[in-house]
Design a protein around this ligand. Sequence first.
Ligand code: ATR
Length: 298
Amino acid sequence: MAEINGSTKVCGIFGYPVEHTFSPSMHNAAFKSCDLNFVYLPFTVKPKELERAVSGIRAMNITGVNITVPHKEKVIPFLDEVSEDARLIGAVNVIVNRGGRLCGYNTDGAGFVRALKEETGFLPPGSKILIMGAGGAARAVAVQLACSGAALITLANRTPARARKLADMLKNAGFCSEVLAYRYDYPDGGPELAEAVVVNNYDLVVQTTPVGMHPKERDCPSFPFQKLRPGAIICDIIYNPPRTVFLKRAGEAGAKTCNGLGMLLYQGVLAWEMWTGYRAPVEVMRKALLERLQDMVN
Ligand code: ATR
């Protein structure tokens, strides 16, 4: 890292807990490689201190921060501006301080779409997409895919009411011509999902639930992979382990696969570019993330 001096610009992450985050490694590696006088720090912010911590961004002229669990939704009322997609997603993961005006963005969904394009060549316009799960991550992914021109989005969730709520929001926002919601029975999948896969010929399936994530790596949502059309892309937003059982089975069935590392990387790339105004050194950031992941495995 360059020497910290009186001109160093400060970025960081607000979360609780924040110890597990990979973001400082990724952002500081990028600052160093571009020889920028910036530093990125973790800030442990308890929920009851969030408002005061956000005021501190202005008070201490912090350049920008990431917002992580559990603050992504709760931070919105404390900001001066919130982008349209962040408002629809209902969560902010990036704040940019523009001369004391705090502007909130969500780069999780945009990062996901960018990673998918870079890694698989997938482009959303006109596509048919199945999203498994209907929580915060599914919401970010669904809103961004819908804004980017997807023709059909199906949401399948253990709690169908939650899938329907997200489907209604997407329909009301008027982005997508068709939005469907189904019950997803874990671990069987359920008949509705199998039929939807046959009828709708999905181009992309996105697994957004924590099923299969470390330390429960043997778990796998059941899915009728054999019923997918040839050439369909299957993405699991989990990055630890890098290849979930779900992705292994998808690969064995002939699907093109992609994990969640790219989403983590590109949400950071987009934030870094907003804070610095420069093009991010993507490969440096990817390497830093992979090193941290390797440390976790060892
Ligand atoms: P995140 O912000 O990471 O998306 P979340 O908002 O808690 O986390 O959402 C987790 C999603 O994974 C939800 O869709 C959840 O289903 P419910 O809405 O029924 O809770 C889904 N999920 C979590 N554990 C699951 C499991 N064991 N089987 C199936 N779905 C699961």
